[in-house]
Design a protein around this ligand. Structure first.
Ligand code: C2E
Ligand code: MG
Ligand code: MG
Ligand code: MG
Length: 285
C-alpha cells in the first residue's frame, strides 16, 4: 500500500514536471514569435515632484501584448527572455518605443522630463549589450533625457558596466539610478562602487511607512546617505495618502512614483490624464 502510494506520488510529480516543461516550451515559442512580431511596448508611470506636484519624468516598463491580445507583465517574460538570449531584442524594441514616445509625452507634459529605462543584471553584465545600448541611445539624440535603472546586484556584479559603459553614458548625459535600493545583498557596496545620480528606495520600505518606525529609520538613513553622496532619493510604490503625507511632512523626499498618482499607462492613455496631475494632491481623476 505504502509502495503504491509512493508510486502514485512519483507519477503525480512526473505529471507536474511534464506540465511545467510543456508550459515552458509554450512560452518559449510564444516569446520567439513576440520578438519577431515586435509585440512589446512601454507603459509609462509618472514620477511626481511632491513639493510642486509636477511630473518630472516617467519610468518605462515593458509590456507584451500576446497573440491573444493579453497584456503580460515583465515577471512573465523578462527572466525567461534572458535565458533564451532574447532580452537584447526586447530591449531594442523597448528603447525604440520609449524614444519614439517623447513627442507625444512632451506635447502633454513639456520637454523637461526624462524617461527611465530598466536594465536587468544579465544585461548590465554583458559589455556587448551595454555598448550597443549606449550607442543606440547616442544615435537617438535623446541620451541626455534618459535615466538608466539598474539594481544593486547588477552594479556590484557588473565590472565592465562600471569601467566601460558608465563613463560613456555619463559623457552622453544619461543618468543612472539604483533601483529597488535596500533589497539586494550589498546595498552599501553598490554605493561604494558606483557614482549614481539617484537612489530608488524599494517600495517595501514605503509600504505603511507612517506606521512603521523601523522603515522610517531606514528611509532616514538612506536619505542622509543620498544627501551626503549627492544622489537624489526617490520613493517608489506610494499607494496611499497616509504614505504621501508622511513623506511630505517627515522627510525631504522630493520625487515619488506609485499607484496613488498613476498606474503605468500606455502613452495614449497617459496623455489624456496630463492635466489632472498638476491640480490634485493625490489620485488622478
Ligand atoms: P521596477 O523597475 O522596480 O518597477 C516597478 C514595478 O512596480 C513595476 O512593475 C510597477 O508597475 C510596479 N508599481 C509601480 N507603482 C506601484 C505601486 O504603487 N504599488 C505596487 N504594488 N507596485 C507598483 P512591473 O511593470 O510589473 O515591472 C516589474 C519589474 O520588471 C520592474 O521592477 C523591472 O525590474 C522589470 N522590468 C520592467 N520593464 C523592464 C524592461 O524593459 N527591461 C528590464 N530588463 N526589466 C524590466
Ligand atoms: Mg525600475
Ligand atoms: Mg524599482
Ligand atoms: Mg521593483
Amino acid at each position: 500500500r505504502a509502495k503504491s502510494a509512493a508510486k502514485g506520488t512519483t507519477a503525480y510529480f512526473d505529471d507536474v514536471m511534464g506540465m511545467v516543461a510543456a508550459a515552458r516550451l509554450e512560452i518559449e515559442q510564444q516569446l520567439r514569435v513576440a520578438v519577431r512580431e515586435r509585440q512589446f511596448r512601454c507603459v509609462f508611470q509618472p514620477k511626481i515632484d511632491i513639493r510642486t506636484m509636477r511630473v518630472t519624468g516617467f519610468e518605462a516598463l515593458a509590456r507584451w501584448t500576446d497573440c491573444d491580445g493579453r497584456v503580460r507583465n515583465p515577471s512573465e517574460f523578462i527572466e525567461i527572455a534572458g535565458e533564451l538570449g532574447l532580452i537584447n531584442d526586447i530591449a531594442t524594441i523597448i528603447v525604440a518605443d520609449a524614444i519614439a514616445s517623447f513627442p507625444a509625452l512632451d506635447n502633454a507634459f513639456g520637454s523637461q522630463t526624462r524617461i527611465s529605462i530598466n536594465v536587468s543584471a544579465r544585461q548590465a553584465s554583458s559589455p556587448t549589450f551595454m555598448t550597443e545600448f549606449a550607442d543606440r541611445l547616442a544615435a537617438s539624440g535623446q541620451s541626455q533625457r534618459i535615466i538608466l535603472e539598474v539594481t544593486e546586484d547588477a552594479i556590484v556584479a557588473a565590472g565592465p558596466f562600471q569601467s566601460l559603459v558608465l563613463p560613456q553614458l555619463r559623457r552622453m548625459g544619461t543618468k543612472v539610478s539604483i533601483d529597488d535600493f535596500g533589497t539586494g545583498y550589498s546595498s552599501l557596496s553598490a554605493l561604494a562602487d558606483i557614482t549614481a545620480d539617484e537612489i530608488k528606495v524599494d517600495r517595501s520600505f514605503i509600504l505603511s511607512i507612517q506606521d512603521r518606525p523601523r522603515s522610517q529609520s531606514i528611509l532616514k538613513a538612506i536619505e542622509s546617505l543620498g544627501n551626503t553622496l549627492g544622489m537624489s532619493v526617490v520613493a517608489e510604490g506610494v499607494e496611499t495618502e497616509d504614505e504621501l503625507n508622511y513623506l511630505l511632512d517627515q522627510t525631504s523626499i522630493q520625487t515619488v512614483q506609485g499607484y496613488l498618482f498613476s498606474r503605468p499607462l500606455f502613452v495614449n492613455e497617459l496623455v489624456k490624464l496630463a492635466g489632472t496631475f498638476l491640480t490634485s494632491r493625490g489620485k488622478v481623476a
